[in-house]
Design a protein around this ligand. Structure first.
Ligand code: PEP
Ligand code: MN
Length: 326
């Protein structure tokens, strides 16, 4: 069991806490952020312990006290512009990559009309091959933000490295991609900006590891994390990844954080995206991230998995009706 302790706890409160624990036969060993408890932990009265001055959270038999749901009714809402993840259905849409000021502006208006609430577009792209398009870089962030402003959409953009963070000042939400889910230095530094974080699941990560990465962000003082399932590696070759729907009820039972799904990177084929997107919403996803391009055949990155704005509009119409049924 772990107790997270307020770094500003007074000496006397800390003394009282050690005394309370030792009196009932619990051993307290300092660990990062708090105390690891051993010994007669079954004798602890958790409500009493949690209420002691300087105790921020208590985690039972695990190391994720901040991410863990404490009551069935606990749900975090993460606000990005006018979008409220965890409260309303939120659709993030836009191209895989920002390609030019004109391209992102056109697509921003198109996805806004198609019912999107947040505009996406990567400027530094994590590509498997070093010889493929790596993104337009810093300049693209300005184009993305401006397009979002003109279309009336907040923006989310993937950050690949700690050094790039100062470039993201005007972006509303930072995306940590699958490949960086366990880049702990990046998680901490991104958290320190205070911006909401969209944390994608690593393509080979367990739910435990994914939640532990979210815990890094929360433990750095930033409570605004949205989890995004995007599929995991699998032996099947029928799609780019295997979309693990079991994570939706599993994660929702474990954490108060909102969880959304990116069917685009899981499918790798735009033709599969609409039906899979409907399925994940029915299974409890609180939102979607969908790659959209108005000319998918010319896209510089991930064109085959993009849907057109018209397809997104139809999908969002169906999701609205599905929401009413559910
Ligand atoms: C992306 O959203 O553009 C992306 C690279 O996704 P992932 O990190 O899930 O592969
Ligand atoms: Mn992509």
């Amino acid at each position: 069991m772990i107790i997270l302790i307020d770094p500003k706890i007074s000496q006397s409160a800390l003394h009282d806490l050690y005394r309370y624990l030792s009196d009932i036969g619990v051993l307290a060993n300092p660990c990062s952020g708090g105390l690891r408890l051993e010994g007669a932990v079954e004798r602890l009265d958790l409500p009493t312990l949690t209420a002691l001055p300087g105790v921020l959270a208590v985690g039972e038999g695990m190391t994720l006290p901040l991410v863990q749901r404490k009551e069935d009714t606990e749900h975090s809402v993460v606000r990005v512009g006018e979008a409220s993840f965890g409260k309303d259905y939120v659709c993030i849409a836009g191209p895989c990559a920002v390609e030019s000021a004109e391209q992102i502006l056109r697509i921003a208006h198109a996805v806004k009309s198609a019912g999107a609430h947040v505009l996406r577009g990567g400027c530094f792209k994590p590509r498997t091959s070093p010889y493929t398009f790596q993104g337009v870089g810093a300049e693209g962030i300005g184009w993305l933000v401006e397009a979002g402003k003109q279309a009336g959409l907040p923006t989310v953009c993937e950050v690949l490295s700690v050094e790039d963070l100062p470039l993201y000042g005007s972006v509303d939400m930072l995306q940590i991609g699958a490949r960086n889910m366990q880049n702990f230095a990046l998680l901490r530094a991104a958290a320190a900006t205070g911006k909401p974080i969209l944390l994608k699941r690593g393509m080979g990560a367990t739910v435990e590891e994914w939640l532990a990465s979210a815990e890094y962000i929360l433990a750095s003082g930033n409570p605004n994390v949205v989890l995004c399932e995007r599929g995991v590696r699998h032996f099947a070759t029928s799609a780019r990844a295997s979309l693990d729907l079991t994570t939706l009820p599993t994660v929702k039972a474990r954490t108060h954080l909102p969880v959304i799904v990116d069917p685009s990177h899981a499918c790798g084929d735009g033709r599969l995206v609409p039906s899979v997107a409907l399925g994940v919403v029915a299974a409890g996803a609180m939102g979607l991230m969908i790659e959209v391009h108005d000319m998918p055949e010319t896209a510089l990155c991930d064109g085959p998995q993009a849907v057109t704005p018209a397809v997104l509009a139809e999908l969002n119409g169906k999701i609205k009706r599905l929401g009413e049924i559910l």
